[in-house]
Design a protein around this ligand. Structure first.
Ligand code: 5RP
Length: 221
């Protein structure tokens, strides 16, 4: 089975968690694109609306006829569905490979349940092989680079990329993240950091993996 097939499998399983007439949070990326397509096909008009984590997901949902509403209008959400670049067995995540980490973290924080969907290559023992994305205010970039180097990382500017919020992204290579909670807190304290793509304080509640054998579901400990 290809990675794409596994992503589709995980996305399909997540659609079963969506309640009719609810407003859900929707993440960003290729796995979520499958989720959006399947959600539209399976639930159609039964879904009341969605809060989106990116312009790309908004466009895709609107093209399917799914109403997209502002988080301020929607208030708290029952469910958020999103992908990840890496997850450990505590369902702490690295996210932001697609550059939507800030809005993803906001929508995740506003949601009671966070279901993460991925192919099984995303489950790792230790976070950090995937470079950790950090969204920065452009004028603070070099200041943040210095701080991240002091933490043992090798931050590299994501060339030519501007986030939906008008900011830049540093991808931090070479980190072995043994204490994700502390690292998230530490990076959040650096002036000029908008968001770090570590989801440790707000991990996923459920991880649905597509595997060669079908779906595997992990619950947060
Ligand atoms: C976007 C993300 C995505 O969830 C993450 O990059 C996974 O993407 P994909 O589903 O394409 O593998 O965090 O900012």
């Amino acid at each position: 089975m290809t990675a794409e097939d596994k992503k589709r499998l995980a996305a399909e399983a997540a659609v079963d968690y969506v309640k009719a007439d609810s407003i859900i949070g929707v993440g960003t990326g290729s796995t979520v694109n499958h989720f959006i397509d399947l959600l539209a096909r399976k639930m159609g008009r039964d879904i009341r609306a969605a809060v989106s984590s990116s312009e790309a997901s908004s466009e895709r949902m609107i093209a399917h006829g799914i109403k997209v509403v502002d988080l301020n209008q929607a208030g708290s959400l029952d469910l958020y569905v999103d992908g990840a670049d890496e997850s450990n067995s505590s369902l702490q995540l690295i996210k932001g490979g697609g550059g939507a980490l800030t809005r993803e973290k906001i929508v995740a924080a506003a949601s009671r349940e966070f279901i993460c969907i991925a192919d099984d290559s995303k489950l790792v023992d230790t976070l950090g092989s995937f470079p950790l994305p950090v969204e920065v205010i452009p004028m603070a970039r070099e200041l943040v680079v210095t701080e991240l180097r002091e933490l043992g990382g090798d931050p590299r500017l994501r060339d030519g990329f501007v986030s939906d919020n008008g900011n830049q992204i540093l991808d931090v290579h070479g980190l072995q993240i043994d204490d994700a909670l502390s690292l998230e807190t530490r990076i959040n304290q650096v002036a000029g950091v908008v968001c770090v793509g570590l989801f440790a304080h707000r991990p996923a509640n459920l991880l649905i993996l597509g595997t060669d054998q079908g779906i595997e579901t992990l619950k947060a400990k």
